[in-house]
Design a protein around this ligand. Structure first.
Ligand SMILES: [Fe+2]
Ligand SMILES: [Fe+2]
Length: 418
């Protein structure tokens, strides 16, 4: 991580302010080191250094704002300067809140702090220092303000003005994005809470109805009709319970995907799925080269996802029992293809298929799977993979899934083999 280096261009000539800027830079550099050393963005040391940095920035800003008022600087400058401070604090706070979901959060956060401080000290703080010096030399606030408008160096001033404009645009965009993101988080949490509540509330009465149904069937005399109804009842019970379990799983998905376990190789995972689905023919055996492919993710969830993919492929096969599979080891990912000879969905339906609110599934041959395809989609994407239905020519349609590979495990394995 590049550290922030102080040089004479940052000196304002105001002793207390320069000391505070030095201290801020030290804190930013400490924060940069903690970012690099931390195992996670929730690391206690990192959170503590960030807290100190935010507190010290607030303290420094209030020192500058008091000094500007004491020296009776032109209010136009004080307002603009204080707004800069405020924007910085809200910008950093929203970036810090989004740190666990931001890509390159370490570089982005540290880079923003360094760039902002350099830009602010060289521009606005130097302006402030210049006006204070002019007022101390006998100029009025208005005169000092006007003189400070005349740049000392035209090219530097042009650059700072351009940066100021760019910063204002980026700040606004970033605030809009942060607001939209927070709304999404709230909506996502509402959806999860609602699903968790519904699946919990339905479970108790559903168990009651299923229990009474079994008792009633036991009371019926044996007949052809009874067998028919008993089978129908059993299938409906299973679907209802699967639906409740899948809804609970979707509601808990965020927590569950944080779980970890020993990584599983793809052939082992496939063997477990074969054992769980003995009625389905998974036709193409993957090559033995895949023995070294370990998948990223929590194995029980990966198993659930792969099982659902196989069941989904079988639903879209003519005999309802075949899932012809091809798996290829590619850079960083394992790609799984399942051939479908009876998909019967339009291009639009294929796009909407895995959305939780879509009615396409209920009107398709996969209707009996309930929410299982949605669960599979959420598990695979939560671990960095992709899942989609692909329309080909004629009857050659596919279900395509990619799973991220667990690099460390794979490399360790290779090292042991060689
Ligand atoms: Fe400052
Ligand atoms: Fe400032």
């Amino acid at each position: 991580m590049k550290i922030f280096v102080w040089d004479e261009h940052f000196i304002t000539g105001l002793e207390r302010i320069d000391e505070q800027h030095h201290f801020l830079i030290d804190l930013i550099n400490r924060f940069g080191n903690s970012l690099v050393a931390s195992k996670s963005m929730e690391d206690a040391e990192l959170v503590s250094v960030f807290g100190q940095l935010a507190d010290y920035a607030k303290y420094h800003f209030s020192t500058e704002e008091s000094l500007m008022r004491e020296c009776a600087l032109e209010p136009r400058h004080i307002d603009m300067h204080a707004r800069h401070h405020e924007d910085f604090l809200s910008q950093v706070t929203s970036m810090w809140r989004a740190r666990t979901t931001m890509s390159n959060s370490v570089e982005t956060l540290h880079g923003f702090l360094c760039a902002w401080l350099a830009f602010h000290v060289l521009g606005v703080d130097q302006d402030m220092a210049r006006q204070i010096a002019l007022i101390r030399a006998g100029k009025t606030s208005g005169e000092a303000f006007e003189i400070a408008q005349t740049p000392l160096d035209r090219s530097v001033d042009a650059l700072l003005t351009a940066l100021r404009k760019l910063y204002a645009v980026l700040t606004e965009k970033n605030q809009n994005l942060a607001q939209a993101y927070e709304q999404l988080l709230i909506l996502g949490k509402l959806k999860d809470d609602y699903l968790a509540m519904i699946s919990h509330e339905i479970r108790t009465p559903a168990n009651g109805i299923l229990g009474v149904g079994e008792l009633l069937l036991d009371l019926c005399p044996a007949s052809e009709d009874r067998t028919l109804y008993a089978n129908l009842f059993e299938q409906s019970c299973l679907r209802l319970l699967n639906l409740i379990n899948d809804a609970t799983l979707i509601a808990d998905m965020q927590k569950l995907t944080l779980k970890s376990g020993a990584a599983i190789s793809f052939p082992n995972l496939l063997e477990e799925v074969r054992a769980a689905l003995p009625d389905i023919r998974i036709l193409n055996k993957p090559s033995t080269a895949l023995n070294t492919v370990f998948l990223k993710g929590y194995p029980p969830l990966l198993k659930k996802a792969l099982e659902s993919l196989i069941l989904l492929a079988a639903s879209f096969s003519r005999d309802k029992q075949s899932a012809p599979m091809t798996a290829t080891d590619e850079a960083g990912v394992l790609r799984v293809w399942l051939e479908l000879d009876d998909l019967s969905l339009s291009d639009e339906q294929v796009v909407d298929f895995f959305k939780i609110e879509s009615s396409v599934r209920a009107a398709s041959a996969a209707e009996s799977l309930g929410l299982a395809p949605v669960v599979a989609y959420q598990i695979i994407t939560a671990f960095g993979g992709e899942l989609r239905l692909l329309k080909g020519k004629g009857n050659h349609d596919y279900l395509e899934a990619t799973f991220l590979k667990e690099k460390t495990v794979r490399e360790n394995f290779m090292n042991r083999v060689h």
